[in-house]
Design a protein around this ligand. Structure first.
Ligand code: PMP
Length: 366
């Protein structure tokens, strides 16, 4: 019997295969691989989840009306300038389905968030990857790579996995060079962790630019990664188009209720974010004191450009029960967890005795 015919693009994609669970010899595990919040949901969020659970025999609100109103009130943007989706990954897929097709080009810096190439390929568009320069977006090179086929550009600010940022002046100059018919997606998944005052709030940048949208998520600072909910803010017509690509009912009612409760508990959540940003600086300083390379990060993770030493470092951490995210030959991304988790990581890092060589100096590029 012949196999079903699959799209040729699938040959370029791989199924995610989880590795063995990471555990120390004593059975401890420290999950620092996925940039999650280390804190469980607040009581008010748990209560909202419990209440929403009682209604799961019904379909969820397909328009996320209550949540959209809550976001609108907080961000001071109109409700029809907001589209909610199944995580910001789900929203990214909606964006691509709205503008990308075979023949179109989708541009992003590389290395950046791993979903960009996957979703771009699935959309049928051609990925255009512009290498980072010193671990940061090379906006000049990106502007130069724009063609009349470029339909969408992701700017991940701060960038995952390097933690680098794009400043307001540079981003505005770049946006001025992007044709009006090309959508620019400023992915601000880590926005709440930014302390560098020169980093723009994408929401301010997009008001007079109809081709700019801002992507936000409840997965990081709001601590709801497991519920899959995020949103995009943009110009009315753009949002209307994007909403057409929404997979019906893909944002469940529990996620919607939890997101509303999380927004109403913002002060407590932002206090947790403050702890994380303080921990980020502590972890970075401690790693640097160990002689490890760690550029500044404005996100809830740090980046160690370890080059060829990366996989050894990842294995070494795993043996101590610390799960991190190594990118072979490039570097390791380590999420900032609770102080206890961070300490476990720092103890592991201190025991890493694969010293830098002349081929892999500590300043190796990302
Ligand atoms: N954008 C970036 C840059 C990310 O790093 C992530 C999560 N790792 C996301 C989006 C996706 O977040 P969500 O859980 O909302 O799909």
């Amino acid at each position: 019997m012949p196999d079903p015919t699959f799209r040729t693009v699938l040959e370029r994609l791989v199924n995610f295969k989880p590795g063995p669970p990471v555990r120390s010899p004593e059975g401890r595990s420290y999950p620092l691989a996925a940039n999650e919040s280390p804190y469980g949901p607040l009581p008010a969020v748990v209560k909202a989840i419990e209440e929403a659970a009682l209604g799961v025999n019904r379909y969820p609100d397909n328009n996320c009306v209550e949540l959209t109103a809550e976001i609108s009130a907080r961000l001071k943007v109109a409700e029809d300038e907001i589209a909610v989706g199944c995580g910001s990954v789900g929203v990214s897929q909606m964006l691509l389905e709205a503008v990308a097709e075979p023949g179109a080009e989708v541009m992003y810096a590389w290395r950046s968030f791993e979903a960009y190439p996957i979703l771009t390929r699935l959309s049928g568009a051609t990925p255009v990857e512009v290498p980072l320069r010193d671990g940061a977006h090379d906006l000049d090179a990106m502007a130069a790579a724009i063609t009349d086929r470029t339909r969408l550009i992701f700017v991940c600010n701060p960038n995952n996995p390097t933690g680098s940022v794009v400043h307001a002046a540079a981003l505005e100059a770049f946006l001025d060079r992007v044709p009006a018919d090309c959508l620019v997606v400023i992915d601000e998944a880590y926005h709440e962790y930014v302390r560098d005052r020169e980093v723009p709030d994408g929401l301010a940048l997009r008001t007079d630019r109809p081709n700019v949208v801002v992507l936000r998520t409840f997965s990081k600072a709001y601590g709801l990664a497991g519920l899959r909910i995020g949103y995009v803010v943009g110009h009315r017509e753009t949002i209307e188009a994007i909403r057409k690509a929404f997979l019906p009912f893909s944002v469940n009612g529990i996620a919607q209720a939890a997101a509303v409760a999380a927004l109403r508990s913002e002060a407590e959540l932002m206090a947790r974010v403050e702890t994380t940003t303080r921990e980020r600086e502590r972890v970075r300083e401690a790693l640097r004191a160990l002689g490890l390379p760690v550029p500044p990060s404005e996100a809830n993770f740090v980046w160690l450009p370890l080059g060829e030493r990366t996989l050894d470092f990842g294995r070494h951490c795993a043996e101590a029960g610390v799960a991190i995210r190594p990118f072979a030959g490039e570097g390791a991304r380590v999420s900032i967890g609770s102080p206890e988790e961070n300490d476990a990581f720092l103890v592991a890092a201190a025991g890493f005795d694969n010293p830098p060589t002349s081929e892999n100096p500590p300043t190796a590029r990302a």
